[in-house]
Design a protein around this ligand. Structure first.
Ligand code: XIL
Length: 449
């Protein structure tokens, strides 16, 4: 926490100090958030990255990962070829390593991807018809069960629609098992892990076009028929041949208007300098403008980590230095230096509740199902802002906590992690936990420092 605070002050410089002095707050509570995830969290969003298990031992890599990101997506480790290399025999070593790292650092996990026509093991590539359908359902069930309670959202089905103007499904061996293969996969995932959000994920669907229209029609149909789907992922791999579409925000919004979350899942934008920075700013602003855009993930940390490394599409250069695109993204999220410092009093619109005085308040909302529940706890800073906070929330006996995120838990005591201790006056952050059993009424209390 102190580390982050010093960094925030250092980056903000004299301008932010002047603001702090002007409002008479002795701490740096008004300094803008200094990392991507902290800034996103202040907007109620997550900021994530794709992670490769074999790079976790690279200290430049893991230092940036743990400083800047609050959500991780295994880049390859949860794919079918990695998790079920021979039929019925599952291998979770590398994916488990990423999940363990995330849990140890207060990060959440996007699972990627349960059913996809690519990166299938050889044995699955040789199957068709009923045998392939059954193998797919078993795969979804086994993998989602293994990670039950540990996944924020699953890409249940990836890239099932065709490119071009046809507006139909992509031909694949999975598609040839019958048009209902997608909903069957979603139902199997829901049965295995009822707490994970279930997403459909695709590329070239970022603007309104024949492909995104076809996905839109499928999602509308799923919602109408009660097929379990909670989110749509927009990969957002951009370059000069596939630029950020002018109707990006409008397209995210129309999906959100169907009553589900939207997420930017694999963002990378080829280019350099101010042009690249401007594109990252546009994408970030688009997500923030859509209330159900719950977060964004970049597809790697340094340019050298990218699957499209020659296009230098990421936020850090090969040495781990922040690029202009990093700064524009952080600024768009409301973080960074003095130019983006919050006003000396928090913006309170006429409809907003007044900022409570004192340290902080906490509220819990419970999503209970047969046998288990998820609690989302919102920590709202009072007029002094917070540098660190502790929530005390008595939990009923007979429950077992299976997972928690964005918090350090010690029994009934929950303390901020590095990126969310700092909350500006009137702003909030959220953490969560999942448990088996019955929650009943939960009454958290909050103390700030
Ligand atoms: C890519 C990985 O980044 C590469 O390391 C791998 O060789 C191929 O797959 N769409 C997706 C991702 O959904 O899983 C892909 O990831 C990039 C395109």
């Amino acid at each position: 926490m102190d580390r982050n605070r010093k960094r925030a002050l250092g980056a903000a410089g004299a301008g932010a100090l002047a603001v702090v002095v002007a409002v008479g707050i002795a701490s740096a509570a008004d300094a803008a958030a200094s990392t991507l995830h902290a800034a996103a969290a202040e907007k109620g969003r997550y900021f994530g990255t794709a992670v490769a298990a074999y790079k976790l031992s690279d200290s430049v890599y893991s230092t940036i990962l743990d400083r800047e990101f609050g959500m991780v997506t295994p880049e390859n480790e949860m794919k079918w070829d990695a998790t079920e290399p021979s039929q019925g025999s599952f291998s979770y070593g590398s994916a488990d390593q990423i999940v363990a790292h995330a849990q140890a650092h207060g990060q959440r996990v996007r699972g990627h991807a349960l059913a996809w026509h690519q990166q299938q093991p050889g044995w699955a590539q040789n199957l068709s018809g009923t045998a392939l359908r059954n193998a797919m359902v078993n795969h979804v069930t086994q993998v989602a069960t293994h990670y039950k309670g540990k996944i924020y959202a699953w890409d249940v089905v990836n890239e099932a629609f065709a490119d071009g103007g046809g507006g139909g499904r992509r031909d694949s061996s999975l598609q040839r098992t019958g048009n209902d293969w997608i909903e069957v996969a979603f139902r199997a995932a829901r049965a295995a892990d009822p707490a994970a959000k279930l997403c459909y994920n695709d590329y070239n669907t970022d603007g309104q076009n024949a492909k995104s229209n076809a996905v839109y029609a499928m999602v509308s149909d799923f919602k109408a028929r009660g097929v379990p789907i909670d989110c749509v992922g927009f990969q957002s791999h951009f370059n000069s041949a596939s630029p950020v579409p002018s109707d990006y925000q409008a397209n995210l919004q129309r999906f959100a208007d169907l009553g589900l979350d939207v997420q930017i899942t694999e963002l990378d934008i080829e280019g350099s300098g101010s042009a690249q920075a401007d594109n990252y700013r546009r994408v970030t602003e688009a997500c923030l403008a859509v209330s159900r855009c719950t977060g964004m993930t970049v597809w790697g940390i340094r340019d050298s980590d990218s699957w499209r490394a020659s296009g230098t599409p990421l936020l850090f250069d090969g040495n781990g230095n922040k690029k202009a695109a990093y700064t524009s993204t952080l600024t768009a999220l409301g973080g960074g230096g003095p130019t983006s410092s919050p006003p000396s009093s928090p913006p309170v619109s006429s409809s907003s509740p007044p900022v409570p005085s004192g340290g902080c308040t906490a509220t819990a909302s419970v999503n209970q199902w047969q046998g288990g529940f998820v609690v989302a706890v919102r920590v709202t800073a009072g007029s002094g802002g917070t540098n660190a906070w502790t929530v005390t929330m008595p939990l009923p006996s007979g429950i077992t906590v299976t997972n928690s995120w964005s918090v350090t838990r010690n029994g009934n005591t929950f303390t901020n992690v590095s990126y969310n201790g700092h909350i500006n006056p009137g702003q909030y952050t959220e953490f969560g936990l999942q448990a088996t059993g019955t929650a009943g009424t939960l009454t958290p209390t909050c103390a700030a420092s």
